[in-house]
Write a protein that binds this ligand. Structure first.
Ligand code: CDV
Length: 342
């Protein structure tokens, strides 16, 4: 039985350092209006959605830095964020949104949350684990900084997959599960078990296969990844547009799942060039839809979650084919250890 969802990436173009927060919020809501008119059920927004990508700047004033953070879970009440969630609830559209989080004890995280419209609340939170860049600015004054290691602490929530309620009309499905050496056993899932299994990651996380596999091992069917990627940066990375898409396609295939990526893109402050390339990818690694601009743009596709089964029951049936006894190095070792020189 098909399990069809209409999903979208809300790509957001340039947001300058001096951008008015209400104007940015208005743009985000306009994208949601478009989603509603196309009967989209789930919209993904980028990393640090509400502001410019501030970690490229060195702030000497703590109070100025603090204006880029949302404080103590006030997303649903603050005037600079709450209207987006109110609109999502009104339209009945689930949204995933990235933002800079400041906790009560003052810790900063690069975070995204999942807001369920039917529940009227945030049902899952993810904090970025892989923080790129440096603590101190580069010595080259022309270099574009990425001070995520300065402003954020690595995420402490792991990679928790979760179910999104009430997106599918019927949540009862039949699955085939591996059972030791006897092959596949068909079983009817209980009501409620068939709600889509989702996972979130943020930007640089998408380049680490461990993240995708951690979610796939929880049966994730759709991964959401917002990003904010400088187009070319000698100190950090080269040829980003292609690598971002390759990463998304290959990992979607190797984990038999759909993925949506949403870019914060364009020319921030008419100087900082960020890649676009928001895309929706299927479990075969094929592009279903992708952005065509470097501006605000809604990228929409209809996906059938049942398509995850093909890979899951054959090539990537983890239960039958994974050989964990051979993978110890992946968790026991961090850096590279080469064989001894000849
Ligand atoms: N925001 C990011 O995490 N950006 C990194 C860049 C700096 C390499 C990325 O992986 O896209």
């Amino acid at each position: 039985m098909p399990r069809i969802l209409k999903v979208a990436a809300a790509q957001v173009g340039a947001v300058h350092r001096d951008a008015d927060r209400q104007e940015t919020l208005f743009r985000l809501i306009s994208l949601l209006d478009q989603a509603a008119s196309q009967k989209v059920q789930l919209v993904l927004y980028p990393e640090c959605t509400f502001t410019t990508f501030f970690p490229r700047h060195l702030f000497t004033s703590q109070s100025e830095l603090d204006t880029y953070f949302e404080h103590n879970d006030d997303l649903l009440s603050s005037p600079s964020t709450a209207p987006l969630f109110q609109k999502a609830a009104e339209y009945g559209i689930d949204i995933s949104v990235g933002f800079a989080e400041r906790t009560e004890d003052g810790t900063g995280y690069n975070t995204c949350i999942y807001f369920s419209a039917s529940q009227g609340k945030i049902i899952n939170k993810y904090r970025k684990v892989h923080l790129p860049g440096t603590v101190e600015p580069f010595s080259d004054p022309e270099a574009v900084n990425q001070l995520e290691k300065r402003y954020f602490t690595p995420g402490n929530l792991g990679f928790p997959a979760f179910r999104a309620p009430n997106l599918l009309p019927s949540s009862s499905i039949t699955t085939k599960q591996s059972s030791g050496t006897t092959g596949l056993v068909e079983r009817k899932e209980e009501q409620g078990k068939g709600d889509p299994v989702l996972g979130m990651m943020i930007c640089n996380d998408r380049r680490w296969p461990e993240v995708w596999r951690s979610y796939a091992l929880q049966g994730a069917e759709l991964l959401l990844l917002g990003y904010n990627t400088v187009a070319h940066n000698e100190q950090l990375i080269r040829r980003n547009q292609q690598t971002g898409k390759l990463v998304q396609q290959s990992n979607s295939y190797m984990n038999s799942l759909f993925s949506i990526s949403a870019a914060r893109c364009g020319l921030d402050d008419n100087h900082y060039n960020l890649i676009s390339g928001s895309a929706i990818i299927n479990p075969e690694g094929h592009v279903l839809a992708e952005s065509t601009t470097k501006d605000d743009e809604l990228v929409v596709a209809e996906i059938d979650l049942e398509e995850c089964r093909q890979g899951r029951e054959k090539t990537f049936d983890f239960g039958r084919h994974r050989r964990t006894e051979a993978y110890a190095r992946i968790v026991d070792q961090v850096g590279v250890v080469e064989p001894e020189l000849l």
